[in-house]
Design a protein around this ligand. Structure first.
Ligand SMILES: Cc1ncc(COP(=O)(O)O)c(C=O)c1O
Length: 457
């Protein structure tokens, strides 16, 4: 009989197949390792199973124990799957920014889900990892899997993913491309393949700190490294071995998401955003190689985890990644000036000096030369005229932190949204932040949209 004794025996040995249409005209072949073929639906099944086995061997996890992990979802699903099969309970701490499908999945496997802010500094007690550690300590029989620093995570990729790719390509693979979250996948797989002379390329969100970005938020989940500006130290996972990487390709959200969407429509491959990042990088790499080369990209999970995000046209349009089917568009009525920004912590006087009039976005204080700001970093809005009135009435207010005078975070609208639909969608009367590719390009008063939509409606 060709059967498995349990679902856990089906982890690994995922298929590798060639991309055909999206690669048209490229000199080198691109193959993809489809990790959504694991029984829990992602590359993380490998690490989850390996970490649990090792903890059992070491006696850290005992019968009746509770597995605790901080994760953006897939490791939690992998752990919950292993736990269900082995008779453990699972508590998963996730950032509140992850796709809701992932939370539903965790619950479906019987995991207890604790959500915490995805936007607190690394040393904050509510940070995902700190919370997971604390829950593990306080729970009888608790064991913190800690994928970020658990050596079993990269090791399983060195023992399985790397050799699988080598064998499946008959030793012809020349380039490996993968995203870096905990770094387990690329470090382990890359370490093995490097012994065979393979070049290892990290596919990183453009603003991720790993490849030199400013650390501001991006919309592809589970890879790269976000840096909260108030983090006193920037902690990188020890599972990530930088020495294994030869270089990075830095991929903006737009490119990742468009490639993910094309993979579904042109290759019949429904994959997540981080797979889009990996394939986008692989396409860039393959364009510079010859027919003697063979590129392998690792696709960590399925697009089914993101039907409410990357595969939802409304979500994409509201964030400025897509245009509505028909105009008039928001961008048609928005004045073509940039975004006036003030860092939280700046004084009212300094802000008035820099921006004597108009609407000013109060943003998270971060060193950045970028002309646009990641939308989640806009904390509120001030109007220069109001600040002037304030200071005229009481000159001492000039020394106030501008953030204490900011209104709430503005409503978001995509530059490619249909004007009339956007007006109908937005409640309230505050200013509106206009987004292109998930980044704020300008602020407009609500009546600009209202008047324009009344004229065109
Ligand atoms: C969808 C997705 N992509 C990429 C990764 C990154 O993999 P790694 O943590 O091995 O670097 C993860 C990890 O959780 C993931 O869930």
């Amino acid at each position: 009989m060709s059967v498995h004794e349990s679902v856990l025996d089906a982890v690994g040995d995922t298929p590798l197949f060639r991309l055909n249409r999206i690669t048209e005209g490229l000199p080198a072949a691109v193959y993809v390792k489809v990790e959504f073929a694991n029984p829990g639906g992602s590359v993380k099944d490998r690490a989850a199973l390996a970490m649990v086995r090792e903890a059992e061997r070491l006696g850290d996890l005992r019968p009746g124990g509770v597995i605790v992990e901080g994760t953006s979802g897939n490791t939690g699903v992998g752990l919950a799957m292993v736990a269900a099969q082995r008779g453990y309970r699972t508590i998963v701490v996730t950032p509140d920014t992850i796709a809701r499908e992932k939370v539903a999945l965790l619950r479906a496997y019987g995991a207890q889900v604790v959500q915490t802010s995805g936007k607190v500094p690394r040393d904050h007690p509510d940070h995902v990892n700190n919370m997971a550690r604390r829950i593990a300590e306080e729970t009888p029989g608790g064991w913190h899997a800690n994928q970020y620093d658990n050596p079993a995570n990269p090791r399983i990729h060195e023992l399985t993913t790397g050799p699988e790719i080598w064998e499946q390509t008959g030793g012809r693979v020349t380039h490996l491309v993968a995203g870096v979250g905990t770094g387990g996948t690329i470090s382990g797989t890359g370490r093995y393949l490097k012994q065979h002379g393979v070049t290892v390329i990290g596919a990183d969100p453009a603003t991720s700190v790993y490849s030199g970005g400013d650390g501001s938020p991006y919309f592809v989940e589970s890879i790269g490294h976000y840096l909260h500006p108030a983090s006193s130290v920037d902690v990188w996972p020890t599972a990530y071995d930088q020495g294994v990487l030869d270089r990075f390709e830095r991929i903006p959200d737009r490119e990742s998401l468009m490639v993910a969407r094309r993979l579904a429509r042109e290759e019949g491959l429904l994959v997540g955003g981080s797979a889009g990042t990996a394939v986008a990088a692989a396409l860039r790499v393959a364009a510079e190689l010859g027919p003697e080369h063979l590129v392998v990209a690792i696709l960590p999970d399925s697009g089914r985890n993101y039907l409410s995000k990357y595969f939802d046209d409304d979500w994409m349009t509201h964030l400025g990644f897509l245009d509505a089917p028909q105009g008039p568009f928001v961008r048609d009525v928005v004045p073509q000036r940039g975004l006036a920004v003030a860092h939280a912590g700046h004084t009212v006087a300094a802000v008035l000096d820099a921006h004597p009039e108009g609407l000013v976005a109060v943003v998270v204080a971060r060193e950045s030369d970028a002309p646009t700001r990641s939308a989640p970093e806009v904390l509120g809005v001030v109007e220069a005229a109001q600040l002037r009135t304030l200071v005229a009435a009481d000159p001492a207010r000039a020394g106030d932190d501008v953030a204490t005078h900011a209104g709430p975070a503005p409503a978001l609208v995509g530059a490619g949204e249909n004007l009339v639909d956007a007006r109908a969608r937005l409640d309230g009367d505050g200013p509106v932040l206009v987004l292109v590719d998930g980044r704020a390009i300008t602020l407009v008063a609500r009546d600009v949209l209202e008047q324009a939509s009344a004229t065109s409606g």
